[in-house]
Write a protein of this length. Structure first.
Length: 378
């Protein structure tokens, strides 16, 4: 296993190109975040550096080029959680003249060991794991391929490993902000009911939709949420037929908003929601509020793995994130996670800023702990 010092030196070269992208990449002082209302505005983008790092700095296998391997549990073009990490790796590679990344998507948990092992043998220098649902074989793979830099965008978390860099976040914090933002839009539009479309009632789904409902009812206790399961256990977030049928049923029953907590089925549901004229939001991507998106989003629910990749790389540069460390992204402290309203009124923006400050202060930690306990019990 190469030392942390070598990893820091090598990744520092890559990090030179991880230019800050507004909410996505600027570091935030945690003291300031807890005392001043943090912005929840949509991210803006700074121009990336044109100074490409020396390729051999990341060339761990010595073949004269730098190549990323990306492992995604769902479709690489889902427009949501899975695509975010893939796009970030492709952007970093293009900006710096690295070899085209090798992307393996739609990885089932049962096949993860074989497919990740195959990826590790394809002359890659860095492997980015897009979700903890396919991370189970990592300890053995890290031991077998110690010269690869392994990074996991592991969501709710994965056991610590000295050869694995991780990023995590709190699904309850993010879900609460999503529900609160939806409540503010319902309040303005006159609606009362929402629909949360997911896969199969997994623990992290429960954490998100219980928190979503709590945030929704923090705006108005009369607002309601219905969870609809559309996939087969486990991890089937791609069932477009069931998801769009569930949305149509919800529309027929008068729903005013939908949270498509989905992978491959995400974009079809958003399109159907647009056609029906109801409130709709992203599931992961922070980029959906940007002009030019062919689909219209009212809220960006941000747990964007691409933003996390860039932020982690910058922290490796400044020596605050070492090999084996875990970076826990917190709403209101770090600029990356949490829901934002794409076109808020000044009053709505103030309400969201106040909520972010409340979460950053720890005032809602007990509630989020209770939600996690309920979601993951058993």
């Amino acid at each position: 296993m190469r030392t942390s010092k070598l990893v820091v030196a090598a990744i520092a070269a890559l990090g030179l190109v991880a230019a800050a992208c507004g909410d996505d990449e600027e570091s935030t002082d945690t003291t300031t975040a807890a005392t001043d209302a943090p912005t929840t505005d949509a991210p803006t983008t700074d121009a990336p550096t044109t100074d490409a790092p020396e390729a051999n700095a990341l060339d761990f296998n010595g073949d004269g080029e730098v190549r990323f391997g990306i492992a995604a549990a769902g479709p690489a073009d889902d427009g949501a959680y899975y695509q975010a990490v893939v796009d970030a790796a492709k952007e970093l590679s293009a900006e710096n003249g690295f070899a085209d990344p090798i992307v393996v998507d739609n990885i089932q948990a049962a096949d993860a060991a074989t497919l990740l092992g195959d990826l590790a043998q394809q002359a890659v220098d860095v492997i980015i794991i897009g979700a903890s649902e396919i991370a189970e074989p990592l300890p053995a793979l890290i031991a077998e391929y110690p010269d690869i830099y392994w990074y996991c965008n592991c969501g709710a978390g994965f056991p610590e490993d000295p050869g694995l860099a991780q990023s995590t976040d709190n699904g309850a914090e993010i879900g609460y902000t999503a529900g609160y933002a939806t409540g503010l839009l319902l309040q303005a539009n006159g609606g009362t009911s929402t629909t949360f479309i997911g896969c199969c009632d997994l623990g992290f789904e429960k954490q998100s939709y219980i928190a979503f409902e709590a945030g929704l009812q923090a705006v108005d206790p009369s607002f309601t949420m219905t969870y609809v399961q559309t996939g087969a256990f486990p991890f089937d977030f791609d069932n477009t037929a069931n998801a769009t049928a569930a949305l149509q049923t919800a529309i027929d029953e008068g729903t005013s908003a939908v949270y498509p907590y989905l992978g491959g089925a995400h974009r079809p549901v958003v399109q159907a929601a647009n056609e029906a004229g109801i409130i709709v939001m992203s599931a992961g991507s922070s980029k959906v509020c940007d002009a030019g998106e062919e689909l219209k989003y009212d809220i960006a629910v941000r747990f964007d793995g691409g933003d996390y990749v860039r932020a982690v790389m910058s922290e490796i540069i400044d020596g605050t994130f070492l090999e084996g460390d875990i970076k826990a992204f917190k709403v209101g402290v770090d600029p990356e996670p949490g829901a934002i309203i794409c076109d808020p009124t000044p009053e709505q923006q103030t309400a969201m800023d106040d909520l972010y400050a409340q979460i950053a202060s720890g005032e809602l930690d007990a509630l989020f702990g209770q939600i996690a306990g309920e979601a993951f019990a058993g």
